[in-house]
Design a protein around this ligand. Sequence first.
Ligand SMILES: [Mg+2]
Length: 421
Amino acid sequence: MQRRNFLKTSASAALLAGTLPACVTPPAGEEEKIIAHQGRIKDYKKFSVIDPGLKITRIETWSQPNVAVVRVTTDNGMEGWGQISTYDADISAMVLHRKIANLVLGYDPAEIDELVDRCVERNLKYPWSYVCRALGGVETAIWDLYGKIKQQPVCELLGGEAKPVPIYGSSMSRAITPEDEVDRFTRLRDEMGINSFKFRVGKEASRNGDAWPGRTEEMIKGVGSTLADSCTLLVDANSSYTPDRAIEVGEMLQDYGISQYEEPCPYWEIEWTAEVTRALDLKVSGGEQDNDLSQWRRIVSIPSVDIIQPDPLYLGGVVRTVRAAQMAAQKEIPCVPHSANLCMVTVFAMHIMRAIPNAGPYLEYTIEFDDGINEVARELYSPNLKIVDGQLDMPSAPGWGVEFSKEWLDKADYEVSVSET
Ligand SMILES: [Mg+2]
C-alpha cells in the first residue's frame, strides 16, 4: 500500500495546526518557567548539533504490524533513518502522518528541543503513548541525519564514546521452569561471557498473581541458589504486586542473592513503588512505560526507584530520554535506558548509555532469540549487534551506524508526507 500526504507548511497552515510561529519569544522574566517545561533541569542546555538553515521536507514510513522504519529528508537532500517503537507500529505510523508530520515538515531539524516539545504539547489532547511512539521514529531519524552531516556516531554527538556496552541477559519468559532457566543462563554465561541475568517473577499487572501457584518462590530459590555466586541476578515483576506482597517477595530475593528488583508494583502507583524501595536493601528499578516528563520529575524527586529505566522510544526519542537521565543524575540516580528487544531500541539505548554520565552498569539484552520480533531484527538492519565477552559491540559508523535492509523495506506498507514548500 502506498499513500502520499501533502502538508502545507506556510505560517497560516502552522497556525491552523496549532503551532506557534517561530517569531514568538517568551516575555522578559518568563524564561525560568519555559526552561522548566518538559523535564528540563535548571541550567538545561538545548541540543545544538548542526548549524541552523535546513528544512525537513519529507517524512516516509515503512510499516509492518510490529515494526516501522522512518526516513526524514531535508531540502538539501540529506537524510536520516530512525524507527518507531515496536508493537502495533503500524498504528504509530498512522499517528505519525496524522498528528506529528505537520509539526515537523517545513521546520529546521537543528532546533530539536523545540521540535520534540511542539509535537508533545500540540498533541495535549492525546497523552502520550502513540504520540511519543511516533515522535520517537522521527526524532531518532533526525539524530541519524545529524550523524550523517557531522560524520560521527550519535553517542559522540551526545558527548560520549563509541565502545562496547556490558549487557545483562534478559529472560522474557514466565512459562519457563527454574531448571530450564538455570540451564540457559549457564549456557549463555559459558558460551557468550554474559555474567548478569534477569528472570521474571509474578505475573504482569496481575494484582498479586503468579504464572502458576508457587512459581515465583520456585524461581527465586532455584535460580538464586544455583547462580547467585557466579552471576549478578535481577528480576522483573512487570507491575505484579501491592506493596505488602512486593516487600515479601523482595525479602526473599535478598535472601537468595538477587540484587535488582524491577517494577514490583503497578508502574503508575509510584508511591507504592517508593514504599517498596524504602523497605528493601536491594536496588529497585523502573520507569520503562513512563512517557510523561512531569511524571519522571515526580519519580525522581520522591525518589520512587533506585535506578531509572526510560525507554527511548516509548518516551519519544533521544532528547526526552536524556532529559529524564539528567533529572536522575541530579539525585545521583543511575539510568539504564530500556531495551527489551533487538530492533533499533537496543541500538538507540547503547548510544545513550555511552553518553550519559549516570549510566548504570549494564544494558538489557533479550535472550529470547527466537521470538518473532527478534527474528525481524535480524533481517531489519545490518550489521547485527555482536556480543563479545559479555559486551555489545557498538557500530561506530556515522549516525546509528547501521543500514536498513531493502528486502525488509520492500515488504512493508509505505506512506509519505511531504511539504509543498
Ligand atoms: Mg521491564
